[in-house]
Design a protein around this ligand. Structure first.
Ligand code: URQ
Ligand code: ZN
Ligand code: ZN
Length: 479
């Protein structure tokens, strides 16, 4: 089907201009004024509105088996919620159990992903190490379009990556032209501090932030960055929540190291007072890792975005209903970690970022779409308005408002960390592969319409680095 979006102002990560966009066969076919389009082309009137690349959320966990249960949004409901909010692609995570072949886990997640309503891809987590992991990483890069491998430095006795695993896997990433990413919390410290809390009889959600103070994230971020510097790999730090980690990133970037930082919509707005809620359910609903932080960290994260030391805003959408959260009723360490956000991210960041002047419209596009597409090698297929790019486009009504609520959101979860928040700036249309999937407040999605996105490896830096290493090789001294 062919569509023309007329009369809008196109906003990309680096430009703002008046133009129309003609889409056909799932792609952007023409951008400009007075476009000549075939009879019967559907016309979308974007007058007085902005037209932007669809959001790319580089951090979600649909139907994740975790902490003895399964996240309650599957790939269809989760991506549908994303489309309702203007996010048209997600990068989710394959998380193998320790000793589970990475390829087996990948095939399992590929089956789950087939229900998606929008395009999706997978980071693959390295949760253990042996020769088969080394081998499977190669197969995943060379045959399955995986170019990013995740490492959880937290979650001891579960999926935690030790330094030995980090070093082996980062080195492998370099050989393959893949980027290592990390959940940066010192899992040993978390484990120790959790037990300290429990020993003191603190079993409620109020204990959660005390078991993961900012220094626990700062140490892990610093350590992961140093390992990447020693091995000459780039590194992407997910859900940066503290000034401690941000400082480590900023310093490394100042040193010219390829460090990328991601923050979450929730961590930009919500502080740790939520854990003091007298209602156990509401406090538990906010249990995620890293936890929500004291207010000064929110300010630091916004400054990190403005300074260009944080590149992306994601959601870490990983949702568990009240009944699931109650698994930790007597022990906060058993509360499944995770909160929602995939539907609300774009409007919340427009409302809190663009409308307040913290971010320009172009920066908004960069941090919600383009930068993630570039870092994970989906650009220019995604994250821009170019001829030949996928027709994943949002028509954005800057005057439109929405009050966020579980009553109206499209996620399966029965809690929303932004409950009751009225945001200004909402998508009036979302197009996915050139098809209108959201208009007039209604979803028009199809289960399984989403496609798995191959993400090619990065140019072979390895040879270059080998040459550099050879030059720098300590020379034996002729005596
Ligand atoms: O740690 C993560 O990113 C996953 C397990 C989601 N849960 C969370 O609390 N962030
Ligand atoms: Zn994480
Ligand atoms: Zn996550």
């Amino acid at each position: 089907m062919s569509v023309i979006i007329k009369g809008g102002t196109i906003v990309t990560h680096d430009n703002t201009f008046r133009g129309d966009i003609y889409c056909n066969q799932g792609l952007i076919q023409a951008v400009g004024l007075d476009l000549d389009v075939p009879a019967g082309t559907e016309v979308i009137d974007a007058g007085g509105q902005y037209v932007m690349p669809g959001g790319v959320d580089p951090h979600t966990h649909m139907q994740l088996p975790f902490m003895g249960t399964v996240a309650c949004d599957d790939f269809f409901t989760g991506t549908s919620a994303g489309l309702a909010g203007g996010t048209t692609s997600i990068i989710d995570f394959v998380i193998p159990d320790p000793q589970e072949r990475l390829l087996d886990a990948y095939m399992k997640w590929r089956e789950w992903g087939k229900g998606a309503a929008s395009d999706y891809s997978f980071h693959v987590a390295v949760t253990w190490w042996d020769d088969s992991v080394f081998e499977d990483m190669g197969t995943l890069v060379e045959k399955h379009g995986v170019n990013s491998f995740k490492h959880f430095m937290a979650y001891k006795n579960a999926i935690m990556a030790t330094d030995e695993i980090l070093v082996s896997s980062f080195a492998r990433c370099l050989e393959l032209g893949a980027i290592p990413t990390v959940h940066a919390e010192n899992g040993e410290l978390v484990y120790h501090l959790q037990n300290e809390m429990l020993k003191k009889g603190i079993t409620g959600p109020e204990g959660h932030p005390h078991s993961r103070p900012p220094c626990v994230e700062g140490e892990a971020a610093h350590r992961a960055i140093k390992i990447s510097q020693a091995l000459n790999t780039p590194i992407y730090i997910v859900h940066v929540s503290t000034s401690d980690a941000l400082d480590a990133i900023s310093l490394a970037r100042k040193q010219g190291h390829r460090v990328f930082g991601e923050c979450l919509t929730g961590h930009l707005l919500i502080d740790d007072s939520v854990y003091l809620d007298k209602d156990w359910g509401r406090a538990a609903a906010h249990v995620m890792s890293p936890p929500f932080r004291p207010k000064e960290h929110q300010k630091a994260l916004w400054k990190g975005l403005q300074a260009g030391n944080l590149q992306t805003i994601a959601t870490d959408h990983c949702v568990f209903c009240a009944e699931q959260k109650e698994m930790g009723k007597d022990d906060f360490t058993q509360i499944p970690n995770g909160t929602a956000g995939v539907e609300d991210r774009m409007s919340v960041i427009w409302h809190e970022g663009v409308r307040t002047g913290k971010l320009s419209m172009n920066e908004f596009v960069a941090v919600t779409s383009t930068n993630a597409a570039k870092i994970f090698n989906l650009f220019p297929r995604k994250g821009c308005i170019n001829v030949g790019s996928d027709a994943d486009i949002i028509v954005w009504d800057p005057e439109g408002t929405r009050t966020i609520s579980t009553e109206t959101h499209h996620s399966n979860v029965d809690f929303n960390i932004f409950e009751g928040k009225t945001v200004q700036g909402i998508p009036s249309y979302t197009l996915s592969q050139g098809k209108v999937v959201w208009k007039d407040g209604e979803l028009h999605v199809t289960k399984g319409a989403g496609r798995y996105m191959d993400r090619p490896a990065f140019p072979p830096v390895y040879e270059t680095l080998q040459k550099i290493a050879a030059i720098n090789e300590p020379k034996s001294v002729e005596r």
